[in-house]
Write a protein that binds this ligand. Structure first.
Ligand code: RIB
Length: 335
């Protein structure tokens, strides 16, 4: 039987209201009383029922999460990490897929407002701060996921994608490649634009290296395959000797085109590196080198930051958490 607020009140010889004040408005309670109530909480092993508190506050027991592409294993892992942390407070995660479409994104934000979710986590399809301000002004805190808006007041959990792009191309240069192509797009996706910036930094610091940009309309396996087929149709002397795909889904498609429909050898003729290090990356026909993002940790941290902000909006904690990417070397760039 769970210990109730009433049990704590009896043990500390105070009213239920005083226990609630110690939990929520401690500054209104005499120090001696706070000490006595906290001792009773400790002795009885009372655990605060946040979900009940939030139900009373007219909130649903859920958190909204809007991702750019629910079909991308990276975001599926972000959602899993978010769920793991939400379940610790007996909250659920409602997943919305914007497909990188701002109008679809708007519909999910409206739905989450109607559902009175406790908060919204979002990997935004644009840098439209006004729409996020509208959610915040409706009393629903917002945490940016896999993205940050420098100068904004929004909490965020992200990865240094400029550093990630640099690591990817620095590695290709370190294995001796110089005619490098970046396959990615659209540049409206901040993560893609930042990875390209990092790639350019690595090339710019290497005198005999060159970077070609192969733009694609969306980060999908099919677009990767189309890009790979275009490269294979070139004269061998016109082909890059290394490819950096903006994410692993693209890299999987490129790998299909190079290895299944041509005599191009990976990595001997063309080295290939992706980004995200999704589970499939290690299982591809030529195990894929990638830049790893801690997807589940990103999701877990985003929910934790949201709940901390709900409990203590003015508290002294980091509001913009940024993880570092990690180079994972496999057969597609070695040997
Ligand atoms: O959806 C765009 C990309 O950005 C994903 O593949 C993932 O890398 C995210 O960070």
């Amino acid at each position: 039987m769970a210990v109730s607020v009433r049990d704590v009140a009896v043990a500390a010889s105070v009213s239920v209201g005083t226990v609630s004040n110690v939990l929520n408005r401690r500054d209104k309670v005499a120090t001696e009383t706070v000490t006595r109530v906290l001792a009773a909480i400790e002795e009885l092993g009372f655990v605060r029922n946040d979900a009940a508190r939030q139900l009373r506050a007219g909130r649903s027991r859920s958190i909204g999460l809007v991702v750019l592409d629910a079909g991308n294993p990276f975001f599926a892992d972000v959602a899993r990490g978010a769920e793991a942390r939400a379940e610790e407070d007996r909250l659920s995660v409602l997943l919305g897929n914007s497909d990188d479409d701002p109008l679809r994104e708007d519909r999910y934000l409206d739905l989450f407002r109607e559902q009175r979710v406790n908060g919204v986590l979002i990997s935004p399809a644009s840098d439209d701060v006004d729409k996020l301000e509208r959610v915040k002004n409706a009393g629903i805190p917002v945490v940016l996921v896999d993205h940050e808006l420098p100068g904004s007041r929004f909490c965020s959990v992200s990865v240094d994608d400029v550093e990630g792009g640099y690591l990817a191309v620095r590695h290709l240069i370190d294995i001796g490649r110089r005619r490098i192509a970046f396959i990615g797009g659209p540049s409206s996706i901040a993560q893609v634009a930042n990875r390209l910036r990092g790639a350019r930094r690595a090339v710019d610091e290497t005198p005999d290296a060159a970077l070609e940009l192969i733009e694609i309309p969306a980060l999908t396996v099919l677009n990767g395959r189309t890009a790979g087929e275009e490269i294979v149709r070139r004269e061998p002397s016109q082909r890059p000797d290394a490819l950096f795909a903006a994410n692993d889904l693209l890299a999987v498609g490129v790998l299909q085109a190079l290895t299944m429909f041509s005599t191009v050898r990976v990595p001997e003729d063309i080295a290939l590196i992706g980004y995200d290090d999704i589970d499939f990356a290690a299982a591809t026909v030529v195990p894929l080198s990638s830049i790893r993002q801690p997807a589940r940790l990103i999701g877990h941290t985003a929910v934790d930051l949201l709940l901390r902000f709900i409990d203590d909006p003015d508290g002294d904690y980091e509001r913009n958490v940024r993880f570092q990417p990690e180079l994972v070397i496999r057969q597609s760039t070695s040997g």
